[in-house]
Design a protein around this ligand. Sequence first.
Ligand code: B12
Ligand code: SF4
Length: 479
Amino acid sequence: MTIDIIVVYIARYQFGHEAHFVPPITGIYLAALTPSQHTVRVIHQQIQPVDLETDADVIALTFFSGFAPEAYRLAREFRKRGKIVIGGGPHVSFAPDEASAFCDCVVLGEAESVWLSVLQDIEQGQLQRRYHGKPMALGSLPMPRYDLLPKTFFVTRVVQATRGCPFTCSFCTVPTLNPGYRTRPVADVMKEVRYDSFRWWWQRKVVWFWDDNLTIQRPYIRELLSAMIPARRWWLTQASMDVARDPALLALMKRSGCIGIFFGIESFGKESLEDANKPQNKVGEYRNRIAALHRHGICVMAGFISGLDGDTPDSIVAMARRLYEVGVDVPFLSILTPYRGTASYNRMVSAGRMRTGIGWEHYNGYNVAFQPRLMSPEALLAAHRALWREAFSPDWAIRRIIRGLFTLRLGAFLMCLFMNAFYCWKALRGNEPISFEGTDEWADLRKQCAKGMHTPSPEDLVHLNAPRLGKRRVPVGMI
Ligand code: B12
Ligand code: SF4
């Protein structure tokens, strides 16, 4: 059989991405799970068009909630052409009935325990409508098919060493999607770390761990990092802030080539951190924790969420300065999105706060799918965009880069430079996140202010920061 695995994507920025930094692992990993008697292709829609007239027999779609409208459009088109369409991934796992209306078959949860059966059942003409993947031990997983990655991605070695996370943040599906905390044998992970058939030196040098929380189990991470020292790689991952209180681990991270750690800091507000169920994050400790990583030359990337229950437009916009003050090198700024399968979603539903009549594209991390507590959805969107523009303005981006010059080791500094320049360039050319809300009714006022014909009042400023309508609209799937 010929199988096309499509990693579905809808542009999240007005003019798409200027550069494609790092690929998802899901497509090339599913390809590796597929037995070699099948021909398999992986299409990353983010960077290449999907061929509806493909000769594939089976189309496997993987997608996040925000990309569901496009996934369903593709599913309809392929089924019209007689293809067998299979859906899987985080959205399908939590909305299987809806996905079943568009796909011949849906796979819930992790694929390892069922993917072979799905393929065998297709060959025998006995495909079931639904398969439930069970979380399995991670011994002897195949190496992702790096050979199938398009050359366009800057970083290419994406690896997953562990699954799961012991925390239970209210907005996160990981505890339900990947239950428990499971680790892969270090020897298996090292094969991927050492894999070297990439074209450019940086592709051979960098290892990006797509883990939920790589460092949480200390004996495991010590074993893995010790094995990585001789490989002389630069690596990055996501971890929780407790690493900063472990000097021995930080030293090992440095020796093994760590250049960047992503922390989910989320907020500077006590009430908002409670809403996020992140008691492990203490605002008063942010600066010291980040400084501990800087002492080892490690770049700190950090996620911030706008729209938690304690947030106001002012507190959101103020984050641009505060995140600089605590030492963050690269910020990632998103809007709270209560995905199905999260405590946040359950709570919003029982409080009647989920917005209805909007499409899944509102779930792309940059739009508003719920009723915020202290402001309107429009005000939250406007505040987020104001924060985004401010945080990635040349003023703050250059300050972060200059500070990085004095605090970060070479690979970490390059990371800080590249990512700040990437987002700052987006901000400069107005390539901001697409908004699915309203129209730019304040365009005239904006022009008058730009020409100096009108001095904006504080209220005007709120409107002037309001989101501009996306240049590209996407087909809307109903919820
Ligand atoms: C790595 C990661 C990223 C990376 C890479 C993104 C990418 N496109 O892959 C980065 C940091 C860029 C990222 C960004 C975002 N992410 Co993210 N990310 C993850 C993370 C931590 C791991 C995903 C992963 O690669 N796992 C390893 C692979 C092998 O597993 P997998 O994808 O789950 O696939 C397995 C099964 O799901 C299943 N499967 C999946 N697809 C299919 C398809 C078929 C046909 C079959 C049979 C099976 C199958 O089989 C696989 C093997 O078991 C997850 C959390 C998690 N544990 O899932 C969040 C997660 C996927 N991300 C999420 C979100 C929301 C985002 C953002 C929108 C966040 C934001 N605010 O901007 C952006 C979107 C950016 C984008 N361009 O896509 C959500 C998705 C929730 C949802 N319902 O859609 C998750 C679940 C975290 C959460 N908040 O709960 N993310
Ligand atoms: S720490 Fe990160 S991965 Fe773990 S539950 Fe919280 S958001 Fe999810």
